[in-house]
Design a protein around this ligand. Structure first.
Ligand SMILES: C[S@@+](CC[C@H](N)C(=O)[O-])C[C@H]1O[C@@H](n2cnc3c(N)ncnc32)[C@H](O)[C@@H]1O
Length: 306
């Protein structure tokens, strides 16, 4: 079945669902199934799942960003009686399902990272290409922002975040300069941060394809949202949630996420709990990357409960 990506209604924000056909093939939603979309976003993948599970199927969509939930509700208005929308971090999936007496599910999809509408909104502070406050919280009901992180952590802690979550070669130099600069005046905006990163780098360095501050932004965002911790917790929690034959499909966007998914799936495979459906992660087609450059680093992995 060929699924057409949904055009968001009322010209509201839209997000082209990444690796849509591939995700559906490996998630394999069947009529009347109960499916969880752990990263609802604007509901692009959810819509396609809903089309496959038919009127008796149910979809539970989680997102830690309350504004994503509001937009997805509108985008999925024609399926709303089959959907349960939950504003929650996916690391609390089991708790959320238990509270609603849902014991087992037929499938779980996770499409990690950010939605375009979050990246494109300068006020959210995710993009180094637009001027905005240093926020970067996916869940705006949380208190701790990128500004708080940059101003409260020690040089050693900042250094380790840049190294571990950004794989930034110049982590020492950037951490040192951040600490020196913040003692003179607060680092308030995405542009302040970009400027500091640029001045921390040695003049003679290999030019990269990506903007020199990309890794710093990635590292800080991962730390603010505790992204890797949440992903590990989600996978640990979901192990027993899936019915026999039920599937988990995860789309990740960088090697740190993919490594976690790969290791958990490999362990489950060895323990005979799940069958690993893809030995190597599936990548988007060239055609998709041409149409949606944000898909370029996507990797899909999937397992089936034995
Ligand atoms: C790439 S987008 C998903 C797009 C969605 N598949 C679609 O087709 O519209 C990722 C979404 O997951 C949400 N998210 C990221 N980490 C989360 C977490 N730990 N718990 C819940 N939602 C999360 C983000 O707020 C964002 O809306």
């Amino acid at each position: 079945m060929n699924i057409e990506p949904h055009e968001a209604r009322d010209n509201g924000p839209s997000h082209a669902p990444v690796m849509l056909q591939e995700a559906l093939t490996y998630l394999n939603p069947q009529p009347e199934g109960i499916f969880v979309d752990g990263t609802l976003g604007l509901g692009g993948h959810s819509r396609a799942i809903l089309q496959q599970i038919g009127p008796k199927g149910r979809l539970i969509g989680l997102d830690c960003d309350a504004s994503a939930i509001e937009i997805a509700k509108k985008n999925l208005i024609d399926f709303n009686n089959q959907c349960l929308f939950i504003h929650s971090n996916y690391r609390d999936l089991c708790k959320q399902l238990q509270a609603r007496q849902i014991k087992q599910i037929d499938g779980l999809l996770v499409d990690l990272g950010l939605s375009s509408f979050q990246i494109d909104d300068p006020e959210r502070g995710f993009s180094l290409r637009s001027m905005g406050p240093l926020d970067m919280r996916m869940d705006q009901s949380e208190q701790f922002s990128a500004f708080d992180l940059i101003h409260s952590l020690s040089e050693k802690e900042l250094d380790s975040i840049l190294d571990n979550f950004g794989q930034e070669r110049w982590h020492h130099r950037i951490a040192r300069l951040l600490v020196a600069q913040r003692s003179k005046q607060p680092i308030e905006t995405t542009q302040d941060l970009t400027r500091i990163v640029l001045s921390a780098l040695p003049a003679k360095r290999n030019r990269q394809k990506i903007h020199p501050a990309t890794r710093t932004f990635q590292a800080i965002r991962i730390a603010v949202n505790r992204e890797l911790e949440s992903l590990e917790a989600l996978l640990k929690e979901s192990e027993f949630l899936l019915k026999k034959g039920g599937r988990i499909a995860v789309i990740s966007f960088h090697s740190l996420e993919d490594r976690i998914v790969k290791n958990v799936f490999r362990d489950w495979g060895k323990e005979g709990k799940y069958q690993v459906l893809l030995k190597k992660p599936l990548r988007p087609t060239e055609e998709e990357v041409k149409q949606n450059p944000r898909a370029r680093s996507a990797r899909l992995r999937a397992v089936e409960r034995i």
